[in-house]
Design a protein around this ligand. Sequence first.
Ligand code: DC
Length: 232
Amino acid sequence: MNMPAKPNVYAPVITIDGPSGAGKGTICQNLANKLGFGLLDSGALYRLTALAVVQQGIDIANQEAVAKIALALDIQFETSEQGVQALLAGKDVSRDIRLEETGMNASVVAAYEPVREALLERQRAFQQLPGLVADGRDMGTTVFPNAVLKVFLTASAEERANRRYKQLIERGESANLRAQLKDILARDEADSSRASSPLKAAEDAIVIDSTTMPIQAVLDEIMLLVKQRITA
Ligand code: DC
């Protein structure tokens, strides 16, 4: 791993949690760039675990074996002009971790308590100066309960399906709006109903519903909160 082992408790953390397709990825990247903060894409850790499980021919139903993989993950994140590249055992797997199949497997391994525990310290180690933007489902509730600002970013399932659909079409991939909606609803159900760290807003989170908001308006609203909490 290209990260230090110990978190720096003086580094401010901004957590952005929410369901699939709410726009967290874009918002977090923008925020981290604007503030010069580090970025934790926690979903990528679950995706990398799922990919390593498949590559190593491990039975995905075996929680303990999957947790061992999570604990021993040999991963690096490299930032370049194209965004953040994810390396697994030195190989760029940025595309593989974004495949639908990897996403589905990631939601399976993310429901395993031993896997979540195995990834906890790795995630906390991202807390370094000058600060961190953490993107996920349980950033504000479990991983960084002392975050200086917690946002829960959501949007209606229909709008999230619509955004995904447009993204796929723009990338030249085939897509079906009804199938996207079905997939989003299935992920919502899996992420919210699991026993371990289910998707829910932290009590002290600020909920932003982006259904009718353009990305820039969401960013402006969050930057205002950042100014009040951190830079003021
Ligand atoms: O955000 P994403 O689609 O890359 O996340 C992949 C899967 O990992 C998804 O099923 C939700 C899960 N996840 C999680 O359980 N906890 C996190 N902090 C981040 C992602």
